[in-house]
Design a binder for this molecule. Structure first.
Ligand SMILES: [Zn+2]
Length: 80
């Protein structure tokens, strides 16, 4: 393989790598967005901010701060 050809090949591989990492970035952003949508559907019953915690067997949701304030610790709570 000549130098010119191997250089071309190296460049091609570089491009392919770049495309792959862009794909990965997009996928990551999409997952983040999906998670955001999921969490924004739940509202804290105390302050109506986004809630991530709920009591087991209950439909009431709490944000981290309110959950801490009400229950002291988060170990009894289910995290989304
Ligand atoms: Zn709250």
């Amino acid at each position: 393989m000549g130098l010119r050809e191997s250089l071309r090949k190296l460049k091609e591989e570089e491009e392919a790598q770049k495309k792959l990492s862009v794909k990965r970035e997009v996928k990551k952003e999409l997952t983040k967005l999906k998670n955001q949508i999921k969490t924004t559907t739940k509202k804290c019953v105390m302050c109506s901010r986004d809630a991530q915690y709920s009591i087991k067997g209950s439909s009431e949701w709490y944000c981290k701060d309110c959950a801490k304030e009400c229950f002291g610790d988060l170990s009894h709570l289910k995290k989304t």
